[in-house]
Every structure is written in structure tokens, then in C-alpha cells.
Design a protein around this ligand. Structure first.
Ligand code: ADP
Length: 351
């Protein structure tokens, strides 16, 4: 097994550059998730590791091997796609073993590997079925099984759960986490779903516009984002952002109608900032600075959608039995240590 290293990796389609020099180290056995909004380049980057897209410049290594110009089959990777791409006329068993059969592996070896993969994926009872007689989740398991039997150094997943309904997604997410624990291989997983990223990853790579915004362990990104983009992307519901300005050596937040003492190196008096507050770190209290426009009761938690007098909107997570209702006038309280500051223009974090 092996880690994966990208050095100044660039992708161009004709004149258009879509990946702008990515440097990244994925350790052996690590579960690495590429996450970001649609079009940020995560699939392209994954397909470059797979060898399905040519790398315009830079180097891709798997273990100590430079695979940049190698064919996909030589790289020691196996990819699982969003569309399962199973052969409809073959049984589960035949689908899983087909790749090995084509590369001339002996029948006994194929049977052993298929049996082992179907044990891991709990597909033993379905080996003689054809894909049409399987649920979406089972089909995706077969696609994963096909990758396992190849014994790759690196597993590549391209939005593998996107075609499943919400309940199955959660179930398969747990399955994939279990699979990683059991086989311990290096895995790279692409998703636009930050919950999948948070729950599966050892290491999250947040991409935007073909650049890496930040790399880190899930909770490190949540607690210590480098910029407004990462702060807003990681966490659900998203962090609230309000205009702020440096006045009298403190941070004045017009929407809150007060100053906040944030422990950060503040820039010059009058500098425009953005203050970031997570919904789960805010508490409603009696007051008259904001109005509740709407509440969503999810059972365990409720979300109150507030309108500040400034026209800015924010979300507050409420727990416990006392919950707000639409039309209430409220104030907000929070610990100043929970507030994040960003430069208004660049979005860079001020620490
Ligand atoms: P993501 O997976 O993050 O949604 P992609 O990796 O699919 O994003 O795409 C990254 C960018 O590359 C997008 O702006 C997309 O329009 C562009 N792109 C992808 N494939 C091609 C192509 N064959 N030709 C030109 N541009 C492409």
C-alpha cells in the first residue's frame, strides 16, 4: 500500500486552466476527501490520479512511483463511480471477477477474492443475482467489490453515494468507513457533501476554483478555518457572517448593536471586517435587536431564522424546550471566544 503525492499539478483544457498547481500529500492508509462546490475541480483532480485525465504539468506519485504518464491499469488504483457501471447481463459474482478474468487470473484465485470481497460487503446471498434484481445500495456495493478484488494500492471514489436516497446514503457512508477500517488502504473520495467529508475523512482537502483553500482534519477545519470560504463550507447550517468594523480598539457589529471583544490582532481603526458566528454557538435571549422570521423545528433542534435591523440575516440553533416563534423580538448572546474574524475583501482569517 502507498500514499499519494501531487506536486504542482496543473490541468488545462485547451486554453482554459482548471487546476492551478496543486501540492498535496496523502499518507499511506489515509482516507482523504476532496470537497468543494460544483465545478471546483475535485473530479478532475481525482481522474488525474486515476490516469483518466492527462496531467498537463506537475507530478503525481503513488508510493515512490512516478505515475504521471502511466496508463490507468498500471497505476495500482481502482475507481468507484457515481454510476455503478455494472454489466447488466452478468451476475454479481461475474461482475466482481470480470476485471481479474480479463487480465488472465486463474479461476480459483478469482473465486477466493470474490468470496472475500462479498464477505466484507455482505453480498454473499446475492452472488448469483443480476444487477437488475438489486437495490441501489447493493449495486454500489458490487461496484466497490469490483474495486476490492483488484487489491489496489489506492481506492478512488467519485461521488459514489450521490445516486442513493438519503437513508441509504447514511447506511453506505457507514459501510465505507467500516471498509476503510477493515482493509486500511489509502482512499481518495470526492464529494460536494460536507457531512460526508466530515464523517469519513482523516484529511479533508477543500477546493475552490481549481485551488486548495485548506487541508486538515475535519474538526481542525471546523474549529480553525483559514478563510471565510472554508468557514462557510464546513459546518451545517453554515456559519453566519455579519459586517463589522474596527472602532475604539474593538469590533463593532452594527447588526448586533454593540461591540464584541474578539481576541485577535485587530487591524487599523476603521477597517472593514466580517465577523463569523456559528448557529450552534449562538443563544437567543430577551432583547429587541432582531426579529424571528421563521423557525424550523427538527425535533432535537430547531433553527430560528433572524433578521437583524441592518437587513442581515442569521440562523440560530435552539435546543431545549423553550423555543422561539416567528414574530418574536430577541437579542443574541455568545461567547466572544467563539467569534471568527475575516478581512472583508480577501476573506482571510484574522487570528
Ligand atoms: P467538480 O468535480 O468539482 O464539480 P470538475 O472537476 O468536474 O468539477 O470540473 C472542474 C472545471 O473543469 C469546471 O469548471 C469544468 O467546467 C471544467 N471542465 C471539466 N471537464 C472539462 C472539459 N472536458 N473541457 C473543458 N472544461 C472542462
Amino acid at each position: 500500500m502507498s500514499g499519494v503525492t501531487l506536486e504542482n499539478v496543473i490541468k488545462r483544457y485547451g486554453e482554459t486552466q482548471v487546476i492551478h498547481g496543486v501540492d498535496l500529500t496523502i499518507e499511506d492508509g489515509e482516507f482523504c476527501v476532496f470537497v468543494g462546490p460544483s465545478g471546483c475541480g475535485k473530479s478532475t483532480l481525482l481522474r488525474m490520479v486515476a490516469g483518466l485525465e492527462e496531467t498537463s504539468a506537475g507530478t503525481i506519485r503513488i508510493g515512490s512511483r512516478d505515475v504521471t504518464r502511466m496508463d490507468p491499469a498500471e497505476r495500482g488504483v481502482a475507481m468507484v463511480f457515481q454510476t455503478y457501471a455494472l454489466y447488466p447481463h452478468m451476475t454479481v459474482e461475474e461482475n466482481m471477477g470480470f476485471g481479474l478474468k480479463m487480465t488472465g487470473h486463474p479461476k480459483d484465485e478469482i473465486r477466493t477474492k470474490v468470496t472475500e470481497a462479498s464477505r466484507i460487503l455482505k453480498l454473499d446471498d446475492y452472488l448469483k443475482r443480476k444487477p437488475a434484481a438489486l437495490s441501489g445500495g447493493q449495486r454500489q456495493r458490487v461496484a466497490i467489490g469490483r474495486a476490492i478484488v483488484r487489491g489496489p494500492e489506492v481506492f478512488l471514489f467519485d461521488e459514489p453515494l450521490s445516486n442513493l436516497d438519503a437513508e441509504l446514503r447514511v447506511e453506505m457512508r457507514v459501510e465505507i468507513a467500516r471498509l476503510h477500517k477493515e482493509i486500511g488502504a489509502t482512499m481518495i473520495y470526492v464529494t460536494h457533501d460536507q457531512v460526508e467529508a466530515m464523517t469519513l475523512a482523516d484529511k479533508i482537502v477543500v477546493l475552490r476554483g481549481g485551488n486548495i483553500e485548506q487541508v486538515g482534519a475535519p474538526l481542525d477545519l471546523y474549529r480553525d478555518p483559514d478563510n471565510r470560504f472554508v468557514a462557510g463550507f464546513i459546518g451545517s447550517p453554515s456559519m453566519n457572517f455579519l459586517d463589522a468594523v474596527v472602532t475604539g480598539g474593538a469590533v463593532e457589529v452594527p447588526a448586533l448593536g454593540r461591540h464584541v471583544e474578539v481576541a485577535a490582532s485587530l487591524p487599523a481603526e476603521g477597517t472593514a471586517l466580517t465577523i463569523g458566528l456559528r448557529p450552534e454557538h449562538l443563544e437567543l435571549r430577551p432583547g429587541d435587536t432582531m426579529s424571528v422570521e421563521l423557525t424550523e423545528a427538527l425535533g432535537g433542534v430547531s433553527y430560528a431564522y433572524l433578521n437583524a435591523g441592518t437587513g442581515e440575516r442569521l440562523i440560530v440553533e435552539e435546543r431545549g424546550d423553550e423555543r422561539s416563534s416567528a414574530g418574536d423580538r430577541v437579542g443574541l448572546s455568545f461567547e466572544a471566544s467563539r467569534a471568527y474574524l475575516f478581512e472583508r475583501e480577501s476573506g482571510l482569517r484574522i487570528r
